[in-house]
Design a protein around this ligand. Structure first.
Ligand code: ZN
Length: 393
């Protein structure tokens, strides 16, 4: 399926531009007309992280005339393993600004628009409406559904990608010509079922594999060439080194882009829609959450506690709280952890950020350990507030 170009061509290319883009201009499918379309194009990249890094760099190099960058975060040392748009000297700097500086260095002819803010239900419609195409490089389900809903409601296409460990996926969602993200994933996964890259890790170079697919599709859509990834899901396995694509059909019953849509405006709260933790976990954690400093005080006062780290072995090896015993969350889910728990000590659970330990806490409390607690903010909070000499990840 070929689709008409997304943007009209710019009036002309300057001599500098002809020199710069000559390797594009001599490809018959791109040519002068295609390059002029890229020059006229306005593309927004949501997130200047793993996927946003290669996406922004190649979009800039390709000559996309206007590039928007939205990110609220600052560059952290743990980003540099994969977020190659940022460098060592950018640590602590807002990602949107750091990314914009790299884009300008790659191609000073690009107009960069910096949105140094979080994408929210209040600003997403206004921000998106200034662009022809969105490239979604977000890493959480709440933002993904919001990006999808806003794009469909505005009638705009977007290029989606996701990465985890050695696995990546990409597609183009454009409700006018094919399915949307909700046609593929009508419901967000149950909280705690799909770990984030922060929990499970990601191979750095995987970002380039998927980010470059996103740029490839963006250029095709803008210039109206080739067979875009509309209605197809590209699945990449870096360990097997295999790409395969599967057909994704538009769901006539889709609540957003189907025949009788029930979602006709943005949801009020995407975090609640995706549920960062399950209802059971939230209930268990309510009134049974301690801070990392409170844990430290319990340890210092010699209180008889049994501290359990519910993360995975390799996370435990990176950094762990002194005195913690490792029992991964899976052992709580299958029940085998319960026989390891002492009856005469107070159970204290922790994980990286407090989400997994809240899930485990619900199971432990259900098993009768009514005074069990978990550490809000987990190891990250311990490193931040108790022992900053430890590494964060
Ligand atoms: Zn849909």
């Amino acid at each position: 399926m070929s689709l008409p170009p997304l943007v009209e061509p710019a009036a002309e290319l300057t001599v500098d531009e002809v020199r710069r883009y000559s390797r594009h201009l001599i490809i018959p499918d791109v040519g002068m007309a295609g390059q002029k379309r890229l020059k006229n194009a306005k593309v927004l990249c949501v997130g200047a992280g793993g996927l946003g890094s290669p996406a922004l760099m190649y979009l800039a190099a390709a000559g996309v005339g206007t590039l928007g960058i939205i990110d609220f975060d600052v560059v952290d040392e743990s980003n540099l393993q994969r977020q190659i748009i940022h460098g060592q000297s950018d640590v602590g700097r807002p990602k949107a600004e750091s990314a914009a500086a790299t884009v300008r260095e790659i191609n000073p002819l690009v107009d960069v628009i910096i949105h140094n803010t979080a994408l929210t239900t209040e600003n997403v419609m206004e921000i998106f409406s200034g662009y022809d195409l969105i490239v979604d490089g977000t890493d959480n389900f709440a933002t993904r559904y919001m990006v999808n809903d806003a794009a469909v409601l505005l009638g705009k296409p977007y290029v989606w990608g996701s990465i985890y460990r050695f696995d990546g996926q990409a597609s183009v969602f454009w409700a006018e010509h094919g399915p949307c993200y909700r046609c593929l994933y009508p419901e967000p996964p149950p909280p705690g079922m799909v770990p984030s890259c922060a929990e499970g890790g990601v191979l750095g170079v995987l970002c380039a594999s998927i980010g470059s697919i996103q740029v490839n599709e963006a250029i095709k859509l803008l210039a109206g060439i080739g067979d875009p990834l509309v209605g197809r899901l590209m699945i990449y396995d870096a360990l097997e080194m295999k790409y395969r694509d599967v057909k994704v059909r538009k769901d006539p019953e889709c609540v957003l882009c189907g025949k009788n849509p029930t979602v006709t405006e943005l949801l009020e709260d995407y975090e609640a829609f995706c549920g960062t933790i399950s209802d059971e976990a939230a209930e268990a954690a309510s009134g049974s959450t301690i801070t990392a400093q409170e844990l430290k005080a319990m340890q210092d006062s010699g209180e008889d506690i049994f501290l359990i780290d519910v993360r995975e072995q390799n996370e435990y090896e990176i950094v762990s709280i002194p005195g913690a015993t490792l029992i991964p969350k899976g052992e709580f889910l299958n029940g085998s952890a319960l026989e390891k728990l002492p009856q005469d000590k107070r159970i204290v659970l922790h994980c990286k950020s407090g989400a997994r330990s809240a899930e485990a806490l619900a199971i432990v409390k259900n098993a009768g350990f009514s005074d069990a607690v978990h550490v809000g903010g987990g190891v990250l909070s311990w490193v931040k507030t108790v022992d900053p000499s430890l590494p964060s990840y």
